[in-house]
Design a protein around this ligand. Sequence first.
Ligand SMILES: *Cc1c(COP(=O)(O)O)cnc(C)c1O
Length: 377
Amino acid sequence: MVIDNDKNKWANKFIPISSPSITKKEIDFVKDAVDSGWVSSLGKYIKIFEDKFAEFCGTKYALATSSGTAALHLTVALLGIKEDDEVIIPDLTFIATANAVSYTGAKPICADIEAETWCLDPDSVRKKITKRTRAIIPVHLYGHPADMDGIMNLAEQYGLYVIEDASEAHGARYKNRMVGNIGDLGVFSFYGNKIITTGEGGMITTNNLEFYEKAAFLRDHAMSKDKRYWHPEIGFNYRMTNLQAALGVAQLERITELIDKKRQIFKWYEELLKGVSVIKLNPQKDWAENVYWMICLLLEEGISNRKESLIQKLKEKGIDSRPFFYPISLMPMYKSEGINRIAYSISRRGLNLPSGVDLKREEVDYIARAICDEIIP
Ligand SMILES: *Cc1c(COP(=O)(O)O)cnc(C)c1O
């Protein structure tokens, strides 16, 4: 009887993996931007968004871009990285990290990740460094920071740049330091499912004035500062619009609330699933402040072959889920010799669960029950 009620209650229900949290504040700010007539990339909200974002990260500078991918491409390009150069990235990340390197003509080299953070493993990076290596791009995957000390030490030792891909980790901290404020440059994404959104959009953070100015120059068609329509090199149009920035300013004012909600949702899942020995949730090192961009479920090796059927069963119950990213080195254009054992294993066993900040406790109860029904023998 109870079960029947439950069935009725959840019939026709669909719980998405994520959805943006848009309130009256966002609508008011965007309306104000539209009313002002400044719809493109001039207008007050761009500067406000950049200044407030720099303040949030504690960096001297921040530069808004049209996407996280554009921000990544700009950072690699501004460092003068080009053909014959190599950039080391983690094998487990979203494809944009690798593609941004390729856009410059350089070659992304995939290193393995750590089992305990799912982020770039400094020991593996060391083994991949050659005389062509110019930079390292650690990714703070699913909201958990990478082991930055290990990476910064290597960078110093070998004279390499570090670009943090913090697209999934706005507000996460590594040993009390904000991500995006540790390497030479930081990159953020404001795509619709990220911690805060501008629809599409990105940001570069840095403490280096020269990098900031070069990024701004390349973002705006590489136009000379003193001579209008004079372009000494090939630049890009990677600007954010004032409308997007207005949305961003409103979201940024709510970022603490949004991160707190992510942490609350993680706690609910943790509490409900901690007794299940064959699964693990997101990693959490004691030096890390995770923002839990996505709730992650890792199946133990013994039941990893049941991932597809779990995704299917959840779907039948109206619960959206996603497999983890595939290793970059498995993609046709990035195929390489040898395998990154840990990245392959975690990719194969992991999935993302509904993680939107509007999730209700009863929905998490329902999801946890659905998982237990499927995987507890
Ligand atoms: C989302 C994401 C990006 C790209 O961001 P877009 O704004 O979608 O271009 C880059 N790297 C990682 C790790 C991401 O998750």
